[in-house]
Design a protein around this ligand. Sequence first.
Ligand SMILES: C[S@@+](CC[C@H](N)C(=O)[O-])C[C@H]1O[C@@H](n2cnc3c(N)ncnc32)[C@H](O)[C@@H]1O
Length: 498
Amino acid sequence: MPNNKKRNKNKKRKRNEREERQQPTIHPRNKYSEKPPDFHLLASLYPCFEQFVFYTRDGRAKIDWTDFNATRELTRVLLQHDHGVKWWIPDGQLCPTVPNRSNYIHWIEDLLSSDIIANAKTTGEKVRGFDIGTGANCIYPLLGASLLGWSFVGSDVTDVALEWAGKNVNNNPHISDLIEIRKASNAQKTSKEDVDNQLLSDENKPSSGGSTKEEAESVASKLEVVASELKKDESGQPVLLGVVKNGEHFDFCMCNPPFFETMEEAGLNPRTACGGTPEEMVCPGGEMAFIMRIIDDSVALKQSFRWYTSMVGRKANLKGLVSKLWEAGVSIVKTTEFVQGETCRWGLAWSFLPLTKKLLTSHVTEKRNLSFMLEGIQRQFSAIHVLKSVESHFLASGASCKSNPSLFAVDVTPSTEYCDSILNYGVRNIDETSSGQLSDETNLMAELGFRITVFQQIPGTLLLKGSLQHSGSQLTGAFSLMVQQLENALKKEFCRET
Ligand SMILES: C[S@@+](CC[C@H](N)C(=O)[O-])C[C@H]1O[C@@H](n2cnc3c(N)ncnc32)[C@H](O)[C@@H]1O
């Protein structure tokens, strides 16, 4: 092939790769993944929507995304037409886009069906979720209940949100039994004096005869509650602690937090008009402070939830949140990216439940090179999507990653916390007596760097290879467990049947 032809071909390939990488991804089970909403059809069926639809010169039906009334009417007709849900919000309240919000629901569905952590539920038992800050739009409970039959508690703090969320639930008698709207109020607020008195009276109590470790754990857990209570006092409203009732259990919590510290920051996207009042968009310290409060509450509530999740608005905040989570002693962290029109959001999930034995005890090999195949990859995904997902999988564990898209490779250096956690769970489950080995292995952490490379096989099949970078590394066990976890996660995300 002549040189310039080859160059052009290479350029074209690179451009395609770039475009593919930038292509918005929508969850494959999302109703709109194959076919976006058809504005022309909706306009012909719903006269109230028709007035907002105009046609481009090439005949495409469009709406003006900067018109709040148009976006609200679109949400109303999509909920009615595709979900059988009656819905409305007052002027100015945050208006959700249905396809985007559905992605978060489907991601939670994936987390719940994955076998990374134990599931005590029997088949057919209803999934129960908690939506922190459900808003007047109550979008997540309405979608979760209508799409998947999940039950929800939706909490909020403002009167308008509580009133309209209630109306949106009551206007849908077919799912209203599944949704409870709950005020996150300070009614059960604990003062510092209450907490001090409680600790003092505990100190004066005769010892129950429990072991020192148990006593220490109980004091530690009380201190966590104290810290969380005091934080809650500074920032006003409770988030989970004090809103979740004693003895309640949930499969997950979710949250689209107030992302911003000021309304100026919130109004930075002039291309859309989704509304949003200061109460909905802003909180002291922005999303970082809000999600930190969810993390603090999760430390106190631990296994009352199988999965804790939150949306994150800024990628830069993810790293800090992930390291905070590992410090807090979680057993697993997962992240994902949601593409919402022209903006990106991230999903963050964590759990305190132990990782399943199935994952951990299956042969921990001593190999320095490991590989696995991904077969039956759904056709909208390519090697680039998988490579990106490898990177976010390890970033979520606090690793540092260097991606090299031209080699289809990611170099990974895991964090000490991730190695600790994987070795703790892995080694303990494999051999109770080998805990001495654990600390030796932990000291060798600096050596554990590896490369994951993605190879295209036939269409729909990829081969992934992991190779330890240091030939002398003694951490083959941890490496093997990490590759196993990666394999499980990728199969769940990309393959039709796992
Ligand atoms: C960005 S809005 C999200 C609304 C809706 N979930 C959505 O996705 O469109 C954030 C919501 O959190 C509520 N909120 C703020 N602080 C809260 C707290 N401590 N507990 C519960 N909700 C809170 C606000 O009133 C607002 O309705």
